[in-house]
Design a protein around this ligand. Structure first.
Ligand code: ADP
Ligand code: MG
Length: 956
């Protein structure tokens, strides 16, 4: 043993440089370094074992604070290096740095390297076993970073009452590379598990542990050293990180382990008898490092920015407190057989001296008790005996493995002490067991909670199902009720219908009778109409005939007149007596003629009127027929509707029937169940034999009862069916009859109206007939008068001719004569004739023109229509053309776009060819060797080659 057993914790303080954002913000650089071991923050000095400024290199840091520990560990001591400080104060930078950069690497990689270097330089008789573990503590849960499945490890104590993490992966390593690989693996596991690494690392503690065991193969001396390298969580206050809610809870938990660390350090600094190691898992693991058998170095990391002043100060205060802690270190030696033997001998010698002391003392005591006074030189020499024992003790103590814990302040005898220790260890054991149990129980509780949630979900879903089913059932029941109601209503309605039907059939009979009478009447009327029609036809013919005759007569009369006129005009014969007579006769004749003309006109008019009325009546008849057809169509539609309704009714009936059957079956089941229950009850009460008998009897009874019931029901149902069928038939019949009746009524109405129309027409016709009769008579009279006139005219002509002849004779005889009045007459007649001729010409011309125009009209109309159609067609064609044009334009646009796109893509591709630097490589795609950069692929391949050789890295 070289070092003194007692040593304080070494505290180093390191300030990082101002970072980029602090510089940008213009933060002040506050620490003032006043010597190697002192720094002052705004006037307040802080003393440490060493203080490092911002420009300290990683190597300097390592050499000053950690290098010595490597030797200690390999000499069989325990060691710990902490990094403490607020987030981003440089803890990770100090502990790890950039792991694979020779200049930037922090304490851990340098220690690893050094351990192996040291080993290589040592005695070849020494054999080393090195194993490493890596875990983190987050929310007071220990997670193994080398095996992610172990996420809640517990802390136990070994037989020497040194705490360790139970079940944590320990990896044997034989080279620095293997250690670094292990660290890399742990770090990558940590990264995989969390989303925000910065946040996570600021809230969790990471602990890297190296165990070194050595055995001297020559002396069989065994030594062991344990090294903890701890990167603590950020020490900042909760307020500053702005944590809220769940995060706040988490921060409190983190602070729990950090505050436990603070409490432990405070208790140790104050020399308190009770140190609360057990308050957190971290303090338990580091129990030996704090006030125990360990050389501990704490690196206090701090920010130099004025912005973090308060935090920096509290960090430095913490470090100062830790500086006062004293650890008691001892070698971790396993004794060889030889050493054990020596120790045994020594203990034996000690025992004999103690025993002789005891006998000495007993003797002395007896002498005192017996009233003797023992002289001073014969009394027990305490000093001498103590010195003797001390001499022996020193030898033993130097080889003691662990210092025995003592409870200060209380004096105990050895036996009590032993008992107490045994008790204490038992209690601690129990405590560990309880810890384990708690762990298990909490896991179980979580599992059960999950199960409970599942069950609750299941329950909720089944409850929902149940509710749904209940709703469905209710709906079905209500439907059943409704259908029952409906059936009742239908039956009632049917009864009413039957009664109605009787009434209606009676009515129908009456109506048919009426109808027959009416049709007979109609027949009569129509026959009358036919006869009247034929009469009318005859009359028309007659009128036409008469018209013709009259016109003929008129034309012959006019011809005669013309002849007479010519005769009168051509002859220059004068006749005084005759001329006055003829004049008179002429005027009379003209009067007659005009009269006749007017009468003829009225006749023509009347006949026209008659024709138009006939056309009207024909039109009306057509309209009536059309109406009749429409009515028939409607009737047929109604019939179809009735049919569909009856079908629907039948469907409803069937449904009802099914539902009734269902109800029956349910009832039956109910009865069955109740009887079963009864039987069961009976079975319970009575003997089984009688119960079965009773059951059989009851079942038999039920069977027979059921059969009878069913039969009855089926017969009733059949009856009901037949009745319903009858009712529906009757209903149909009734419907038909009602319809028929309606139709008949309508027809009757129509016939009546036609009858009225016909009678009206008849009346008109009779009136017309009367008039015609009148006209005929008038005509007859006229004819007679005309005949008479003609006769007289004839006579007159004869007379005139005779007169003329005599006059001609006379004139021939006398030769000298006068012409006087006849010339004026002639002139008048010719003038009239001319006029007449002109008028007739004009009239004819007009009539012709009119006819032409009428002919032209439909043609023009047709042309107009054609033009309109043409215009329409042209319009539609124009529209189509427009649409087509729009579509073409769109297509054209699309095509242009596409071409543009293609051209652009081509351009891009061409540009890409010339300026391409890196080809994007997607996951799952092997990088393709490009002709310009063939190295890309090859270097990629090389990277896949394993660079480190994993030796006997067997895991435990
Ligand atoms: P912590 O682990 O305490 O949260 P980090 O070690 O991650 O903080 O440090 C935060 C940042 O500051 C990192 O980018 C780190 O590189 C830088 N840094 C810390 N200490 C130093 C230093 N001494 N020199 C240079 N940069 C440092
Ligand atoms: Mg960190």
């Amino acid at each position: 043993m070289v070092d003194p057993a007692e040593c304080t914790i070494k505290v180093m303080c390191r300030f990082r440089p101002l970072n980029k954002s602090e510089v940008e913000r213009g933060d002040k650089y506050i620490p003032k370094f006043t010597g190697e071991d002192q720094v002052s923050i705004s006037g307040k000095p802080f003393m440490f074992d060493r203080v490092f400024g911002s420009n300290t290199t990683q190597e300097q840091m390592y050499k000053a604070s950690a290098q010595k520990i490597v030797k200690d560990v390999l000499d069989g001591y325990n060691g710990t290096i902490f990094a403490f400080g607020q987030t981003s104060s440089g803890k990770t930078h100090t502990m790890e740095g950039s792991l694979h950069d020779p200049d930037g690497m922090g304490i851990i990689p340098r220690i690893v390297q050094d351990i192996f270097n040291y080993i290589y330089s040592m005695d070849e008789n020494l054999e080393f076993h090195i194993k490493v573990s890596y875990f983190e503590i987050y929310l007071d849960r220990i997670k193994d970073l080398l095996d992610v499945t172990k996420n809640n490890l517990s802390v136990h104590e070994d037989k020497n009452r040194v705490p360790y993490v139970k079940g944590c992966t320990e990896r044997f390593v034989c080279s620095p590379d293997e250690v670094m690989d292990t660290i890399d693996e742990g770090k990558s596991n940590r990264h995989v598990a969390v989303t925000n690494m910065n946040e996570h690392s600021s809230r969790s503690h990471s602990i890297f542990q190296i165990n070194v065991k050595q055995e001297n193969t020559a002396t069989e001396q065994k030594l062991s050293g344990k090294l903890y390298l701890v990167d603590l969580a950020g020490s900042e206050k909760v307020g500053k990180t702005g944590a809220e809610g769940a995060v706040l809870e988490e921060a409190k938990n983190i602070n729990k382990s950090l505050s436990a660390l603070g409490n432990v350090i405070s208790a140790l600094a104050e020399g308190s008898t009770y140190v609360p190691y057990r308050d957190s898992k971290m303090t338990r693991i580091l129990q030996d490092s704090l006030g125990g058998n360990c050389r501990t170095t704490m690196v206090i990391c701090a920010s130099p920015s004025a912005y973090n002043e308060a935090e920096t100060k509290s960090t430095l205060m913490f470090g100062q407190r830790a500086k006062t802690i004293k650890n008691t270190v001892s070698l971790n030696v396993e004794l060889t057989a030889e050493q054990w033997k020596k120790k045994y001998e020594r203990e034996k010698a000690k025992n004999t001296t103690l025993r002789s002391t005891v006998t000495w003392l007993e003797n002395e005591l007896n002498r005192w008790r017996n009233g003797e006074s023992v002289p001073v030189e014969e009394q027990f020499d305490k000093e001498k005996a103590n010195a003797e024992v001390q001499a022996l003790d020193n030898v033993v103590n130097n080889e003691k493995m662990t210092p025995s814990p003592s409870i200060p302040g209380v004096k105990l005898t050895d036996a009590e002490k032993e008992k107490c220790e045994a008790e204490l260890s038992k209690l601690y054991k129990q405590l560990d067991d309880k810890d384990d149990e708690i762990n298990q129980q909490s896991q179980l509780a979580e599992k059960l909670k999950q199960q409970m949630l599942d069950q609750e979900e299941l329950l909720a879903s089944s409850r929902r199902d149940h509710d749904n089913l209940q709703v469905e059932l209710n709906r079905l029941q209500s439907e059943n009720e409704a259908s029952k109601e409906e059936v009742k209503e239908v039956l009632q309605a049917l009864e009413e219908l039957a009664v109605n039907y009787d009434q209606k059939s009676q009515e129908v009979e009456n109506k048919t009778k009426e109808f027959e009478a009416l049709s007979e009447e109609l027949n009569q009327k129509s026959s009358i109409l036919v006869s009247i029609d034929s009469e009318l036809q005859k009359l028309k013919e007659m009128t036409n005939h008469q018209k013709k005759r009259v016109t003929e007569m008129m034309s012959s009369l006019l011809k005669d007149l013309v002849e007479i006129g010519i005769a009168v005009g051509s002859n220059d014969i004068k006749q005084h007596e005759g001329s006055g007579l003829i004049d008179e006769e002429f005027t009379v004749a003209r009067l007659y003629i005009s009269k006749m003309k007017s009468e003829v006109k009225t006749m023509v008019k009347r006949s026209k009127q008659l024709e138009s009325t006939q056309a009207e009546s024909n039109q009306k008849m057509d309209e009536n027929e059309k109406e009749l057809a429409a009515c028939q169509l409607r009737i047929s539609q109604h019939e179809a509707k009735i049919k569909s309704l009856t079908e629907y009714l039948q469907n409803v009936e069937q449904k009802k029937r099914q539902l009734e059957e269902n109800v029956d079956s349910l009832n039956e089941e109910l009865v069955k169940i109740s009887t079963q229950e009864k039987v069961q009850a009976m079975e319970k009460e009575n003997e089984v034999q009688t119960a079965t008998e009773v059951k059989e009897a009851v079942e038999h009874q039920i069977q027979s009862h059921r059969e009878a019931h069913q039969k009855q029901i089926s017969s009733l149902r059949d009856e009901l069916d037949s009745k319903e069928k009858l009712i529906t038939e009757l209903q149909d019949l009734n419907q038909e009859i009602v319809l028929e009746q309606k139709r008949l009524r309508v027809e009757h109405e129509k016939l009546k109206s036609t009858d009225q129309e016909k009678s009206r027409k008849l009346h008109e016709l009779t009136v017309m007939q009367d008039r015609r009769e009148q006209a005929r008579q008038d005509l007859k009279g006229l004819e007679e008068t005309v005949a008479k006139e003609l006769q007289t005219l004839h006579n007159l002509r004869k007379l005139f001719v005779q007169d003329l002849a005599t006059r001609v004779k006379k004139s021939a005889e006398m030769d000298s004569d006068d012409t006087g009045g006849s010339a004026a007459q002639k002139q008048k007649i010719s003038f009239l004739e001319n006029n007449l001729e002109q008028l007739t010409k004009v009239h004819k011309q007009l009539v012709r023109d009119n006819a032409d125009l009428r002919c032209e009209l439909p043609k023009l109309e047709k042309r107009l229509r054609a033009t309109a159609e043409r215009v329409k067609a042209l319009e539609s064609a124009l529209k189509e053309a427009k649409e087509n044009a729009a579509r073409d334009r769109k297509r054209y646009q699309l095509e242009v776009d596409r071409i543009k796109e293609a051209v652009r893509a081509k351009n891009m591709a061409r540009r890409g060819h010339s300026a391409q630097i890196a080809k994007p490589i997607r996951p799952g795609q092997p990088p393709v060797a490009s002709p310009t950069h063939p190295n890309v692929n090859r270097s990629g391949l090389f990277n896949n080659q394993p660079t480190a050789i994993r030796g006997g890295g067997a895991t435990q």
